[in-house]
Design a protein around this ligand. Structure first.
Ligand code: SF4
Ligand code: SF4
Length: 396
């Protein structure tokens, strides 16, 4: 037996098959199929690693259908490292199944800065002169196998190139690194700029090492372990500055991956929730969506509420604790549009139950997926990162 199989077996054997995780699992909730539950998937991997099950498309599909939302891991009394089991199994199976074109494109963009710059200018061109509207009308993205990724594309945001360093505006409290990730500069410069301005305002010198790169989550969850390792190495070198008090992340998906290999990784809302702000009042209903990575992995979802409650006159609520994954899950929605839509429907139903002006989310992947769902349903509801909302209300 190979070492990889031995390691998989050791993890799988730590599951006592109690089934406590099952009701927390979105794929089990919606299929009622044991093979689509955490316990079922563990048993499948256990059988394969023990030599009792061959690799079949069915086996690969059941493992592939997992969102890696890690709700099961949070609920598990035996602390089974479920995500590691799935990532390691997918690494063993890498290349067994070809990824769709949209996933390959997303992965290429995420791993290469030059391609990101090209993608940003292409996006600008695509949204000019009604090109996007025409392409959508003619269903061209779908014809070319890119419909699922195209629906996620937000409006182009004009932005200045980022600097490597931004000095504190007020009495200096220390130095922090800001991890912008592969999508921050490309699709969410509003959040990047808000994070820089709030951190400077508090009194932090903000470092954005130019050589930082994608956190590696996409590669890792696709089973491309060697790319994930090399991206991790590059980020560790980029942020190797012992003066940094923390490496701040603005997308919980990135934070949850980065924290496995870099020191002092903190989600921005958690980091700044220890400070008090002088904020303008905002008469609005604000509903907080907690991404799975913030709730189940970083476990700092309550800090977003604590932070936003500082905004005078704002009515802050959150989606119920029982709310499951929205279906975005990295590249998941590109591969599994049906399950992604089922989960999105459920989330939007709950979010739209009461009057809401802002839906707040701390992860760009979730925000893009939810925003696409709102657009497709003709709903006029702003989805926004908590730090952007806070920065808008900041009294200088
Ligand atoms: S809760 Fe943990 S131990 Fe119980 S079945 Fe699920 S993964 Fe296994
Ligand atoms: S990670 Fe999420 S989708 Fe996958 S088995 Fe666990 S609860 Fe289910």
């Amino acid at each position: 037996m190979t070492n990889a199989k031995k390691e998989l077996l050791a993890i799988a054997d730590s599951c006592v098959k109690c089934g406590i995780c099952a009701p927390h699992c979105p794929t089990y909730t919606h299929t009622q199929n044991e093979n689509e539950s955490p316990r079922g998937r563990i048993a499948l991997i256990q059988a394969w690693a023990g030599g009792n099950l061959n690799v079949t498309n069915n086996l690969l599909d059941h493992i592939d259908n997992c969102l890696l939302c890690r709700a099961c891991e949070k609920a598990c009394p035996a602390v089974v490292p479920y995500a590691k089991l799935i990532d390691d199994f997918r690494a063993e199976m890498h290349n067994e199944k070809a990824a769709p074109l949209s996933v390959k494109l997303l992965k290429t963009i995420s791993e290469n800065k030059r391609v990101q710059r090209w993608a940003k200018s292409s996006l600008k061109l695509y949204q000019k002169n009604n090109l996007q509207k025409t392409a959508r009308f003619l269903h061209l993205p779908t014809l070319f196998g890119l419909g699922e990724i195209e629906r996620l594309v937000p409006n182009y945001q004009e932005s200045q190139p980022l600097q490597n360093y931004y000095p504190a505006l007020n009495e200096v409290k220390g130095d922090v690194g800001l991890f912008v990730g592969c999508m921050g500069e490309l699709l969410d410069s509003e959040t990047v700029n808000a994070a820089i301005s709030v951190l400077k305002h508090i009194g932090f010198n903000v470092y954005l090492p130019e050589t930082q790169t994608c956190c590696g989550a996409l590669a890792l969850h696709e089973g491309d372990a060697s790319t994930a390792r090399s991206l991790a190495k590059q980020n560790n070198t980029a942020f190797a500055n012992e003066n940094l008090q923390a490496i701040i992340t603005i997308a919980s998906g990135c934070g949850s991956t980065l924290k496995d290999y870099a020191p002092n990784v903190v989600d921005i809302s958690h980091f700044i929730s220890q400070f008090e702000f002088n904020l303008k009042p905002l008469v609005a209903n604000i509903c907080v969506h907690s991404p799975c990575t913030l709730k189940n992995v970083l476990k700092t979802d309550k800090s977003v509420l604590k932070l936003l409650k500082q905004i005078p006159e704002a009515n802050i609520s959150s989606l119920p604790e029982t709310q499951q994954c929205c279906g975005a899950a990295g590249s998941y929605s590109l591969r599994h549009d049906k399950m992604a839509q089922t989960l999105l429907n459920k989330l939007l139903e709950t979010s739209l139950e009461k009057p809401t002006d802002y839906l707040v989310s701390s992860n760009i992947g979730c925000a893009l997926h939810i925003a696409a769902g709102l657009r497709e349903r003709g709903k006029d509801l702003t989805i926004i990162h908590p730090i952007v909302l806070l920065a808008k209300q900041l009294v200088n």
